[in-house]
Write a protein that binds this ligand. Structure first.
Ligand code: BG6
Length: 481
């Protein structure tokens, strides 16, 4: 298909996601000649502005290396901006005419990226369907979360979408699925005889999947407050990682075979109970990272009495023969002490200890970011005359072994997948449904009972009580997480 004309329409082109993430991404793909030669880009949004304004706004986020200038000029020449409403069909008819202008030849494909607020989502999709689908090729739509805010609203959205497009046309982005180390999970598990046979309840004590961010909701309080960290990060990014860590081996690498296994493992999880969830909310720190950091409730876009969690730990059990009884601890938070996303597979204590309690547990650490790495903690004799034990690591840190350029950005990879029609790293409808089934009851409980989140200081490791939760879930500390 790559020889035919393609149009990439970015709806919500005046928004934050567009300027910070999508424009830079399509520029990198264009710069590296990864897209079909004949690709045109059209930004669409309500804001009345010109392409010059779009350029200006995204400038700060677009990396241009010396020598790239003429390519960048070419990129912007392949771009256009159209302003229009989200709800009026005539505006989409105009957009359609605009797209058609550059679609010479018998075949032409269209991709619509919906970086729009959830409130206009239904209007936008109906209008694309009615006025903008390609009559000479494929039409694919890329959609961003939130995919609803509970099981009911997500179901409603799904049936709305299913009435307009086939599942093969819908690309639900969870950008964590585009991250190098998340994509590496299947290889680590299924291409290594060392790990495959030990990846179960007989050998593994617990698994910790965490996401930490060193900044608060600055500027995004409005959106964030009606969602909270459980919907923003845990129900999607962390649960997706969990399903890749825990699923059975797929029959083949076919995208549907993989997603079948991801759904199956989710079906073995019961809805989370409130006793298995701990929530926190950050408070101000007069002296955080050298300056005063405001608390969540100090954000002017957040209601003063908000009980929305900005931190959460959930302990999840998978009731199947591989995992029964093994705690999967999902932990995420904003305004913490560091930026880090990682998976820690903690093996059980060695039975029949002859080292007088000096052995520590083996741990396989898959660091998603920053600095992709895979390392295995193990016990070794400390080199020298004495017969002492020490904990050490087999360490594959990507920056030491590979070039930076070998690790593409998640969005780049995923957008390219849409051009090539690869749905492996996108969320299927039934996965989404299972994810909401697991989280909806506890979210409702948090909200109806207005459960007060535990306070933690901006820049800290999170609420103190969280460590006890980890210890209770058979996760033993060594070092600091
Ligand atoms: C987004 C969340 O999905 O992921 C944000 O909405 C979060 O709240 C972001 O900051 C984190 O993404 P990354 O790639 O920076 O880890």
């Amino acid at each position: 298909d790559f020889q035919y004309p393609h149009t990439f329409v970015l709806l919500g082109a005046s928004g934050d996601l567009a300027k910070k993430k999508i424009y830079p991404t399509i520029w990198y793909l264009y710069r590296d000649n990864l897209l079909p030669k004949n690709t045109k880009f059209i930004g669409y949004a309500r804001t009345k502005q010109t392409l010059e304004d779009v350029k200006e706004k995204s400038k700060k986020y677009i990396k241009v290396r010396p020598g790239d200038e003429s390519k960048l000029k070419e990129f912007w020449e392949a771009n256009d901006y159209v302003s229009g409403s989200y709800d009026k069909r005539v505006d989409y008819e105009f957009l359609n005419q605009h797209i058609s202008k550059s679609e010479k030849g018998p075949v032409a494909n269209r991709i619509f990226y919906l970086a729009v607020p959830p409130t206009v989502f239904e209007d936008v999709t109906v209008n694309i369907r009615n006025a903008c689908v390609s009559i000479k090729g494929y039409t694919r739509v890329i959609i961003e979360k939130p995919f609803g805010r509970d099981d009911e609203s997500s179901e409603k959205l799904s049936s709305h979408l299913a009435g307009l497009f086939k599942e093969e046309q819908i690309y639900r982005i969870d950008h964590y699925l585009g991250k190098e180390m998340v994509q590496n999970l299947m290889t680590i598990r299924f291409a290594n005889q060392i790990f495959s046979p030990s990846w179960n309840r007989e050998n593994i004590a617990s698994i910790l999947i965490s996401f930490k961010e060193p900044f608060g909701t600055e500027g995004r309080g409005g959106y964030f407050d009606s969602f909270g960290i459980v919907r923003d990060v845990m129900q999607n990014h962390l649960l997706q990682i969990l399903s890749l860590v825990a699923m059975e081996k797929p029959v083949t690498l076919n995208p549907n075979d993989i997603r079948d296994e991801k759904v199956k493992v989710l079906r073995h999880i019961k809805p989370i109970d409130l006793k298995n969830l701990l929530v926190g909310q950050y408070v101000g720190n007069p002296n955080g990272q050298g300056e005063e950091k405001l608390g969540y409730l100090d954000d002017p876009t957040v209601p003063k009495d908000s009980v929305t969690p900005t931190y959460a730990v959930a302990v999840i059990y998978i009731d199947n023969s591989r995992w029964q009884g093994v705690p999967f601890i999902l932990r995420c938070g904003k305004a913490l002490n560091e930026r880090k996303a990682e998976v820690r597979v903690q093996y059980k204590d060695v039975p029949g200890d002859i080292f007088e309690g000096h052995t520590k547990r083996n741990e396989l650490v898959i660091r998603v970011q920053p600095g992709e790495a895979l390392y295995l903690k193990l016990m070794s004799k400390s080199p020298g005359m004495k017969f002492d034990l020490m904990e050490t690591e087999l360490d594959l840190t990507y920056s030491m072994r590979y070039r930076e350029a070998d690790v593409p950005d998640a969005y780049e990879r995923l957008i390219l997948d849409v051009f090539t029609g690869t749905q492996m790293h996108f969320v299927r409808n039934d996965e989404l449904k299972e994810a909401w089934r697991i989280f909806t009851p506890v979210l409702k409980k948090l909200e109806t009972e207005r459960i007060k989140p535990l306070p933690y200081m901006y820049g800290s490791r999170g609420p103190r009580e969280a460590d006890a939760k980890l210890a209770e879930s058979d996760f033993k500390y060594s070092g600091s997480y």
